[in-house]
Design a protein around this ligand. Structure first.
Ligand code: AR6
Length: 176
């Protein structure tokens, strides 16, 4: 684990094992689970997460791309899961950058609303959704740097990288 100026921490590993107030899930519009980090979170957290997702679906019909919703974290060590839906990469001309930035911003906003002090992010959209990793890292860090100063409660942001490539990219950019 690497600590960057107190506020940012970079970890290589599995987000389902991280003890923070909220972990973020790279979900899809249905909120009904899937593969990748979404599958890992639902598997490790248990049915309680899916039950709350279904209630949110019934209320608002899923989650639009770039937006976020919050549920219990079930059996996970975190208290909450913030589910956000990243954009599918379509070449970069379909508002993908703005939608990805919005995922980070909306997740932070939701954490603040719930007066949470720590949050852990996976590398949203960089798996099945095919977002170029180097570009996604820049957007993630910039979005958080832009919004963290306005936060009253949020003290710590962790980036949990499952793969080496993302970990190295974050390490480079956070060190600059
Ligand atoms: N902990 C942390 N990061 C992880 C973990 C884990 N346990 N497992 C995978 N990753 P992806 P997306 C990383 O595909 O691209 C799902 O089916 C992985 O290395 O999970 O946003 C949803 O239901 C990658 O860097 O999410 C959606 O349909 C990152 O998580 C769709 O995939 C994101 O990869 C969303 O695609």
């Amino acid at each position: 684990m690497t600590d960057f100026s107190g506020k940012f921490k970079l970890v290589q590993g599995d987000i389902t094992r991280v003890t923070v107030d909220a972990i973020v899930n790279a979900a899809n519009n249905s909120l009904l689970g899937g593969g990748g980090v979404d599958g890992a979170i639902h598997r490790a957290g248990g049915r309680a997460i899916l039950e709350e997702c279904k209630k949110i679906r019934a209320r608002q019909g899923g989650c639009p791309t770039g937006k976020a919703v919050i549920t219990t974290a079930g059996r996970l060590p975190a208290q909450f899961v913030i589910h956000t839906v990243g954009p599918v990469w379509q070449g970069g001309t379909h508002g993908e950058d703005q939608l990805l930035a919005s995922c980070y911003q909306q997740s932070i906003k939701l954490a603040e609303l719930h007066q949470l002090s720590s949050i852990a992010f996976p590398n949203i959209s960089t798996g099945v959704y095919g977002f170029p990793k180097a570009r996604a890292v820049q957007i993630a860090i910039q979005a958080i740097r832009d919004h963290l100063p306005q936060c009253q409660y949020l003290q710590q942001v962790m980036f949990i990288c499952h793969d080496h490539e993302n970990y190295d990219l974050y390490q480079d950019l956070l060190n600059r």
